[in-house]
Design a protein around this ligand. Sequence first.
Ligand code: HEM
Length: 212
Amino acid sequence: MSKQLGRLGWGLMTFLSLGIVLLASRYLSLNPDVFFPQQRNVYIAHELGIMTHVVGGVLALGVGPFLFLGRLRAKRPAIHRWLGRIYLVGILLGSMAGFYMAFYAYAGIAASLGLGLLAVAWFYTGLEAYRAIRRGDTASHRAWMIRNFGLTFAGVTLRLWMPLTIMLFGASAGYEVVAWLCWVPNLIVAESIIRGWFRGRLVQTAQLLQRS
Ligand code: HEM
């Protein structure tokens, strides 16, 4: 049961990640008509920044889910290592350019702070994951990678929360709220996965649902 739940979670995570990869890739056409309309002029003025960020984000979100496939890790470790390197290049580009773009974020200082801090945490957790595997500490590498992908997944959760926060608080305040809401809960979920806080409860709930 816990394996089935894991597969379901991975499937959903991968489906959403690849969906956002497709959506974000339209930026790579360099056609300003597809840019976030309120920020179009900002992105035209900082084209290298936004494009570097999108390339990094697309790489990380596109490759990340496959790093969590245990069977691939065990049977084809070389593929896992190569995907891991592509992923980390994505984090490096995405976080540095994301930090830069945070200074020009839509709405106000709260959005800039939320997205800027997310960029720092994204970079730091990626660095720790890399350092852990270089010293051969697999358990710590796994934990840092779960935290790091939780932050990469902000690229998905931002777009899921946005309609709700904008509906509740309006465009500007809604965007400031989502700049935090897109990643703080993800880190809590990542920590709960690492520490196995809800594992038993989730299995119990799924079993009860199956019987009812
Ligand atoms: C997880 C760390 C991330 C950080 C720190 C971050 C930061 C930012 C910032 C500061 C902006 C400019 C926002 C504005 O103009 O108000 C932005 C925009 C954007 N980001 Fe990210 N981002 C992250 C993840 C991702 C991922 C994983 C993707 C997608 C694959 C992505 C794709 C985009 C796109 C397409 C835009 C343009 C705005 C839009 O059309 O929604 N970002 N990001």
